[in-house]
Design a protein around this ligand. Structure first.
Ligand SMILES: [Ca+2]
Ligand SMILES: [Ca+2]
Length: 504
């Protein structure tokens, strides 16, 4: 009886509440207030590895310490270093030898979603602690359109250096303002309980400024002071990165890792991306590379925040590769976008026989690995306006001491055709190898080309007489000083058993 009475009373309250809502419902029919609208999130529900639909493990810098002499080896798809559990992502830095390093950890990014241009980016996190611990939540450009770091820009939403307790860093890097010159622009904020409590770390990125937030309090703004990409390269798509590094040059200068206890965990409750709804209609440009087209509800303008479904379809003889642009969801050749600003999306296709990914470098170094034997040579390998660029400052003894590689399986009896565009500031050699991707890195094929000032197409064909599923295409730049560019790298099987054919 008592239960019934309570229920009835509750029903009456509910009725009154609904009546009030309906009475005040004027706002429901008017246009939405300008504001942030959630377009993508990972709440880290579920269990196991971080969702491969969103996240990619980064390992390419293990060999060169990620530019900071970092002490950790980042693993790929290893639960001990990155797992989702009880609604959180847990990145764990461990003290255990692997890959020539004393520590393991993980670094994951959202690059496969194509990046975002403007928006609010936030993560609720509980941080690890101790000297040498260096967790970060940050953003890098998808295509390095303005050049390699720092020219392409970097947005550090949250960095914590274990040797500076209770302090959070928010930083912007560009080619004018960066830590290499000590000119980076940012702020540090004192916060208690970084390791016991969750805090919200956010940046709001607009066409003319960044506002950084810590727990909803604005702590720092970076204003656009000019159009030059040296101060504002932030008109390209950027992707999110979460990682927990160990060590690094600054740490060693400050006394090193010391006796910090391991493991150390970075806990992430969620990552959310919002777009600013300015209440105005916007355009959507949809492009496709050669070999396919995109089906979608084409309109001159879209309502604010309108969701558009995109479906990429390859022509016969071609295959779909990936999307670029600020997408909300991606499931292979299908994607959605919510249009909050004038936006461009592109679908990338390649001939079916194409073995390489991102051979046009339109997605920066995605799928490629660069390696510099820093004991012997000094070079920067990066993408610059849609091409690969190598600035070789100090040549090594061997050409392979500066290299760019991509994994490709090779099969006995097949003939492959490799082609690429190349040009150089000064006439110089570049060697191309089809190599083992494992010790002793023996070459199945090797050819040296002389690259001229003018952009030319270079190619060679080779028949392989061994099966090797773990092999790679390798460009070696290490023997000559200067600058060289590569673009449109392609590798195809041209025939299974007849090596006399000369390509497509
Ligand atoms: Ca969660
Ligand atoms: Ca290109």
């Amino acid at each position: 009886m008592i239960v019934m009475a309570r229920a009835r009373r509750y029903m009456i309250f509910l009725f009154l509440f609904l009546a009030l809502l309906t009475a005040g419902g004027n706002g429901l029919s008017s246009p939405p207030e300008p504001g942030w609208v959630l377009v993508w999130a990972d709440e880290f529900d579920g269990e196991g590895l971080p969702s491969p639909a969103y996240w990619t493990f980064e390992t390419e810098g293990n060999q060169w310490g990620w530019g900071n002499n970092e002490a950790q080896f980042y693993t790929d798809g290893r639960l001990e270093n990155a797992r989702v559990e009880e609604g959180r992502l847990i990145i764990t830095a461990r003290k255990e030898p692997m890959g020539g390093k004393e520590y393991t950890s993980a670094r994951i990014n959202t690059r496969k979603l194509g990046g975002w241009l403007y928006g609010r980016f936030e993560a609720r996190m509980k941080l690890p602690s101790g000297r040498g611990i260096w967790p970060a939540f940050w953003m890098m450009p998808v295509d390095n359109f303005y050049g390699g770091w720092p020219a392409g820009g970097e947005i550090d939403i949250m960095e914590f250096f274990g040797f500076i307790p209770e302090t959070i860093y928010h930083t912007i890097h560009t080619s004018t303002y960066n830590h290499r010159q000590g000119t980076q622009i940012g702020t540090k904020v004192k916060v208690a309980n970084l390791h016991d409590d969750y805090h919200l770390y956010a940046v709001e990125w607009f066409p003319d400024r960044f506002d950084f937030y810590l727990d909803e309090k604005k702590v720092f703004s970076y204003e656009k002071t000019g159009d030059h990409p040296a101060v504002w390269p932030f008109d390209r798509h950027f992707y999110l990165i979460l990682n927990c590094a160990v060590g690094g040059d600054w740490c060693y200068q400050m006394g090193g890792i010391g006796d910090t206890p391991f493991p150390q965990v970075l806990e992430v409750d969620y990552v959310r991306v919002y777009k600013w709804n300015d209440g105005k209609p916007h355009t959507l440009q949809v492009a496709a590379t050669e070999g396919g087209r995109v089906y979608y509800g084409e309109k001159e303008v879209y309502a604010p925040g309108e969701e558009v479904r995109l479906r990429a379809e390859a022509e016969p003889g071609y295959k779909f590769l990936y999307w670029s642009g600020g997408l909300s969801t991606v499931h292979g050749s299908e994607a959605t976008i919510r249009v909050f600003n004038d936006t461009t999306v592109r679908a990338h296709f390649a001939p079916e026989a194409e073995m390489l990914k991102n051979g046009d470098f339109e997605l920066g170094l995605l799928a490629w690995n660069r390696w510099v034997d820093t004991d012997a040579a000094a070079a920067e390998v990066f993408t610059d306006q849609g091409a690969l660029r190598v600035d070789l400052k100090r040549p090594g003894k061997h050409d392979w001491q500066v290299q760019l590689t991509q994994a490709v399986p090779l099969a006995k009896g097949k003939t492959y055709r490799v082609s690429f565009d190349a040009w150089a500031r000064r006439r110089r050699p570049v060697t191309v190898r089809l190599n083992q991707n494992h010790p002793p890195y023996a070459a199945y094929a090797r050819q040296t080309f002389t690259i001229d000032k003018e952009k030319k197409i270079y190619s060679f064909t080779v028949t392989i007489d061994e099966d090797d599923a773990d092999s790679r295409l390798e460009f070696d730049f290490g023997q000559a000083r200067g600058t060289v560019w590569l673009d449109n790298v392609s590798m195809e099987v041209i025939t299974d058993n007849d090596s006399s054919s000369g390509g497509r």
